[in-house]
Design a binder for this molecule. Structure first.
Ligand code: MSP
Length: 493
């Protein structure tokens, strides 16, 4: 029997050292659009959308210590802020995983035990113990090379790394690199877009990627999952975190695991590309599991050319945007600003003008005008074509190609054309005429405008489910009536 089509989509699990910001929101909104699209296409039960929070490690322990609260209370607080932000944005996840969930902790330990008894393709032990001396950046939660420092500081966090000397457990990465390279080259593991695939292959071809540690000494990192066979150690936070994509499905025996693994689409930004494109496949290979089908890498956003950070004070909070624009308009403004793979500056200062132009004057006005004219001139009744789905199909294809901006541009072009059609056909003139030809033409024009609006509503379903449904409800009612309250409220000056 052929396997039924299914779609498993994941976002990275976000660190809870700080509140959610617009960068986390972007990835999560993209996942939401895809999940909604595939639910329509494959049926609700055949889609699984996972997001959550990454709660262990030195970075989080440090943040909690600074506030003088214990790490669990701290992570409970921040994790719930992520949940609130996603509720505000109407994110339709199927599971919100936390790495402090006891189910997750147990599965991570089982995975580690499995790795410990595994041999690599070259018949080495997959895990081995070694002394480690090096520099560690807590902000990145990774070891960093002397050559990567700028003026002695981590280039991303502008902080001097810690000198570490500890005994850790390591993963024999080198033995897996040829297989990973092959799978990426053959697109058995698709890395999208192409420039990110090249970047990963470049890293792999250097051949000197060091093995990575799967544990940290519990003295230096007390906040983490215990290593089952060595009580001096805690699981390294990245191994803990990456395992969430499996533990969420109740690996190895859960029905969800059997149904949904491998992941169809894993979303992330390029900051964590190496972990997902090299370490993660290596772990999966050593567990004898299929690799995800695609890793989809979007750009990293800056504000005025700078990384968002609490210290700089330039963090954009998604809740603030929702308070001004509402959830659906916020999603529109974020997704339409730049293409999926582009690295660019977020310009929230452009949002008010764009909101007024595209949502209030564009979509909102179109809905009011068309429904008003059908109500006034045709007593709310118009026959229109439900079958012409050119726009809908074009938009669906763009969503599947991760061209969200392109899809929205296409919809907004149609909105603009439809508004222009009203201006050129002037139904209000024909409505006043006694001529039957004018009356016929008026019917035809309004029928076309209603069909366009219907198509626009369908095309918006995965981006703005509420607005889409509201428009469909109006158009499918016995009599079409102009909504009493406009779809989008003009911003107060
Ligand atoms: N906890 C790790 C991920 C573990 S996944 C097994 C982590 N967390 S994070 O909170 O730093 O989130 C990183 C992800 O959040 C990025 O890969 C991206 O999806 C999103 N973004 C965070 N900041 C961003 C920008 N400034 N711009 C775009 N996306 C950003 O890394």
């Amino acid at each position: 029997m052929k396997n039924k089509a299914k779609y498993y989509i994941t976002t990275p699990i976000y660190y809870v050292n700080d509140k959610p910001h617009i960068g986390h929101a972007y990835t999560t909104i993209v996942a939401d659009v895809l999940a909604r699209h595939y639910r329509q296409k494959l049926g609700k039960d055949n889609v699984y959308f996972l997001t959550g929070t990454d709660e262990h490690g030195a970075k989080i322990a440090d943040s909690a210590a600074k506030l003088n609260i214990d790490p669990q209370t701290f992570t409970d607080q921040i994790s719930s802020q992520f949940k609130i932000a996603w509720a505000q944005l109407d994110i339709s996840y199927d599971q919100f995983i936390r790495t402090t969930d006891s189910k997750h902790k147990k599965i991570v330990q089982d995975i580690l035990v499995k790795l410990k008894s595994t041999k690599t393709p070259l018949n080495n032990d997959c895990l081995y113990q070694a002394d480690y001396e090096g520099l560690y950046c807590v902000g990145c939660e990774k070891f960093i090379l002397e050559s990567e420092l700028v003026d002695g500081l981590c280039p991303d966090h502008k902080v001097a790394p810690q000198k570490l000397a500890e005994k850790n457990w390591f993963f024999k990465l080198a033995d897996y690199l040829p297989i990973i390279t092959e799978k990426i080259k053959k697109d058995e593991l698709v890395i999208f877009p192409e420039n990110r695939k090249k970047e990963v292959l470049g890293l792999l071809e250097k051949q000197n990627l060091p093995d990575f540690s799967i544990s940290r000494s519990r003295v230096s990192v007390p906040w983490g999952i215990d290593l089952p066979w060595d009580d001096t150690q805690k699981a390294y936070v990245w191994v803990d975190a990456l395992s969430n994509y499996l533990s969420a499905l109740d690996y190895p025996a859960g029905d969800n695991f059997k149904k949904f693994w491998p992941a169809d689409c894993q979303l992330l930004a390029l900051d964590i590309l190496k972990f997902h494109a090299i370490y993660w496949p290596a772990i999966l290979l050593s567990l004898d599991l299929p690799l995800p089908k695609t890793l989809n890498i979007h750009g990293f956003f800056t504000i005025d050319g700078q990384k968002m950070s609490k210290t700089i004070g330039n963090v954009v909070n998604p809740n603030d945007l929702v308070a001004i624009y509402g959830a659906e308009a916020t999603k529109y403004l974020i997704l339409s600003q730049f293409a999926f793979g582009a690295e660019s500056d977020i310009r929230v200062e452009d949002f008010p003008a764009k909101y007024n132009a595209d949502l209030v004057n564009g979509l909102g006005n179109l809905v009011s005008r068309v429904t008003n004219m059908v109500e006034q001139y045709l007593d709310g009744q118009v026959a229109f074509d439900h079958e012409n789905l050119v726009l809908v199909n074009e938009v669906k294809a763009k969503i599947e190609a991760l061209d969200f901006r392109g899809a929205l541009l296409k919809i907004w072009q149609t909105i603009q054309n439809s508004n222009a059609l009203i201006d050129t056909t002037k139904p209000w003139v024909k409505a006043k005429s006694e001529d039957t030809k004018d009356k016929e033409e008026l019917k035809k024009d309004l029928s076309l405008m209603t069909a366009n609006l219907y198509n626009i509503a369908l095309a918006l379903a995965s981006f703005m489910p509420q607005a889409s449904q509201a428009i469909l409800d109006i158009l499918q009612a016995e009599k079409i009536k102009k909504p009493e309250v406009g779809l989008f409220q003009r911003l107060e000056k």
